[in-house]
Each structure stands twice: as structure tokens, then as C-alpha cells.
Design a protein around this ligand. Structure first.
Ligand SMILES: [Zn+2]
Ligand SMILES: [Zn+2]
Length: 380
């Protein structure tokens, strides 16, 4: 599947040099964020887009690992891991931006707080803050027949799941988290800055609204643990090579009650021995003899689902003729529509003729009165 190509270069977005250091990146983003912040420009779509673009660029360039990946591979490099759901336009992700950040601008608070120094001493993106779980990628190779007719299968993933010892509260059995007295359990406090005011994560409870004094021994208060999980997957009939299927909510569990991430299945379809795929159609080729082409014949061909179909070669069939077997192709992945099987006919003259065969063909040649100067025509 194509990666997004019309995205602007992240350095260009932030108006900085490739060699910019962390400080310059932060400074530049801060300037843009103030200019384009949605609280200041309510309802202005273009400004909102600029804000998102700048924030995305900052997310990547402020992270050394993502930045070097971006420097090396461009947008494709960062899409394939961190921000698949985040910045790929269209496809299965829909409004991926909101997905990635839990549906509102609230998701930016961590960035904001660290940028603007809202926190009262401690870092805001602490281990207890509510976080959306990471998206996961799972690559799967299937045969052309499985792609055409669908496949039910089971996959095993290692991922973070909600801790069932404490039911995701993070508190040891017998103890309970208590309501945070700073935010009254809301998890957020409103702060004013010279230009605008923003809701920001409560520094005391890190956004959870509660305080855990006796952390769960299984998850150490993290609310999630790494586990193996078996998932039943149903691949729809008609999927094509490089299709990405999103399984909502099957990524890693969010921490402290944050939303789960999504699982992305990357489907790779193997080449088939006798069929080429053209969308919902299958193309194959057969060689027939000069006598079959001249006299006509009935021929049996295998289909993708291992059945036999009969095609009738009429008398006088020319090389290059295409027979269309309706409904023997692939189902459309979205519509109630089925493709065809197209059979290209090639006439193959016999090789290594016996003396007798040659004699008969020479007699036939006389009878046919072969033309030594056939009239050329424009290819059709
Ligand atoms: Zn609080
Ligand atoms: Zn636990």
C-alpha cells in the first residue's frame, strides 16, 4: 500500500534546519503552537490542520529514535512503526489523528505541559498518567486462494493487557485508590497562560483522578502487564496484497484506563503458479494444438478453488483469443460482486514431428493453398 507522499517535510513544517538541536525544535514548535492553537482559533479548519501538522512534526523530531528513522526513510519510515494509524490518510484508519490521541486535543496535554512548563516540579507524563495503548503491527502471508475466499485463523500476540490481579486499578488487593484532592478526581486542572488557557493534566495524580498508595504487586501499579494473547482473525474474502486490516482495540491496553490501541494486520498475498490477479479477475493462459484450434475442442481447466471448468474451443479459434468464465474470479472485498476468470489461448504448433505427421501436414498445406504473401493489417 502506498505511503502518504503529499506530506510536507517535518523540518520544513517547523521551519528549521536539518541540523537543528532539541532546543531549536522545541522553540520553533512552541511558536507555531501558540499561533495555531485551536483554543485561540476556534472552528478554523486550516489553522487546526496547521496545528496538527506542527504537532506531528514535533512528535517525530523531538524523539531521537523517530527522528533518525525519519531522517533515513522519510515519512515511510515513521509510518511503519509509531504512526501508522496516526498519519496515514484514508484507508482503514479513517480519522486516524483522533484515534491516535483519544478523540480530542486533550492528548496534547503532555506535550504542552512539558513545553510550557505547566508542571509543578515533577514531570507530567509520569508513569501514572492515562495513556492510550500502542498500536501493533502483525504481518501475515496468505495464499491467493485464501485471499480470494477468506480465511479464519488464530494468531498469537505478545502485548500489554489490563492487569487482572487488580482489574486495572493499579492498587493491591484490599486497598483502593483514593480520589485525588488536587483535581477532585477530574484528572485535569485548567491553567492560564498569557495567550490562552488550556486544560492540563493534574500534576498530583497524573491525570488518573486517583492516588494509589499501595501499588498492585503484579503490575507494580502500572495497571497493565505483558501477556500472550490468542486472537481469532477472520480475513474477509477478496483482500488484496498489501491490504491493512485494522482490528479495533486489539493493540496494547492503555495504562490507567486509557483506550486500547489498535492492531493492524498487514496482508501479503503469495504469487500463484497459474493465475495472475487483476483486481477481482484471474488471468491464466493455455496452449492448444493446431488441430484443436482448427477443428474445435472441449477443454477442462482447474479453477482457483480446485474445481474443473469446461471451455468449448470453437472451430477456427485464433491465437490470442480470450475466453471469459463468468463468476470464476474473486469476490469483491466490499461489494457483492464477483470477478471472472480470463483464459488467454495460444496456439502452439507441434514440435519434433514424425515423418508421417510431416507428410500429412504437407498434403494439408497443398490443400489449404497457403498464401506466401499474406496481406498485413493493423494489430487490433
Ligand atoms: Zn488529580
Ligand atoms: Zn495490577
Amino acid at each position: 500500500m502506498a505511503t502518504t507522499t503529499n506530506k510536507r517535510d517535518y523540518y520544513e513544517v517547523l521551519g528549521i534546519e536539518k541540523s537543528a538541536n532539541a532546543d531549536e525544535i522545541k522553540k520553533s514548535y512552541r511558536k507555531l503552537a501558540i499561533k495555531y492553537h485551536p483554543d485561540k482559533n476556534q472552528g478554523d479548519k486550516a489553522t487546526e490542520d496547521k496545528f496538527k501538522e506542527a504537532t506531528e512534526a514535533y512528535e517525530i523530531l523531538s524523539d531521537d529514535k523517530k527522528r533518525s528513522q525519519y531522517d533515513q526513510f522519510g515519512h515511510a519510515g515513521v509510518h511503519s512503526s509509531f504512526s501508522d494509524a496516526y498519519s496515514r490518510g484514508g484507508g482503514f484508519s479513517g480519522s486516524s489523528f483522533e484515534d491516535a490521541f483519544g478523540g480530542s486535543f486533550g492528548g496534547f496535554e503532555d506535550i504542552f505541559s512539558s513545553l510550557f512548563g505547566f508542571s509543578s516540579g515533577k514531570s507530567q507524563a509520569g508513569p501514572n498518567s492515562r495513556r492510550r495503548g500502542a498500536d501493533l503491527r502483525y504481518d501475515m502471508t496468505i495464499s491467493l486462494a485464501e485471499a480470494a475466499f477468506g480465511k479464519k485463523t488464530e494468531i498469537t500476540l505478545r502485548k500489554r493487557e489490563v492487569c487482572d490481579k487488580c482489574n486495572g486499578t493499579g492498587a493491591e488487593a484490599g486497598s483502593k485508590p483514593t480520589t485525588c484532592d488536587m483535581c477532585g478526581g477530574a484528572g485535569q486542572v485548567r491553567r492560564s497562560q498569557s495567550f490562552f488557557s488550556v486544560n492540563t493534566t493534574c500534576p498530583k495524580c497524573k491525570g488518573t483522578g486517583s492516588i494509589i498508595s499501595n501499588p498492585c504487586k503484579t503490575c507494580h501499579g502500572e495497571t497493565t502487564v505483558e501477556k500472550q494473547k490468542k486472537l481469532s482473525i477472520s480475513i474477509p474474502e477478496g483482500v488484496d496484497d498489501n491490504t491493512q486490516l485494522r482490528v479495533t482495540g486489539e493493540g496494547e491496553a492503555g495504562a490507567n484506563g486509557g483506550k486500547s490501541g489498535d492492531l493492524y494486520l498487514f496482508i501479503h498475498v503469495q504469487e500463484h503458479d497459474i493465475f495472475l490477479r487483476d483486481g477481482i479477475h484471474l488471468i491464466t493462459e493455455i496452449g492448444i494444438s493446431i488441430t484443436q484450434a482448427s477443428l474445435g475442442a472441449e477443454i477442462f481447466l482447474p479453477t482457483l478453488d480446485d474445481k474443473k471448468v469446461k471451455i468449448k474451443i470453437p472451430e477456427g479459434t485464433v491465437s490470442g483469443k480470450i475466453f471469459r468464465l463468468k463468476g470464476h474470479g474473486i469476490s469483491h472485498v466490499n461489494y457483492n460482486k464477483k470477478g471472472d476468470m480470463l483464459v488467454h489461448v495460444i496456439i502452439e504448433p507441434p514440435k519434433h514431428l514424425s515423418g508421417e505427421q510431416k507428410k500429412i501436414l504437407n498434403e494439408l498445406k497443398k490443400l489449404l493453398a497457403d498464401n506466401d504473401s499474406p496481406m498485413p493489417r493493423k494489430p487490433s
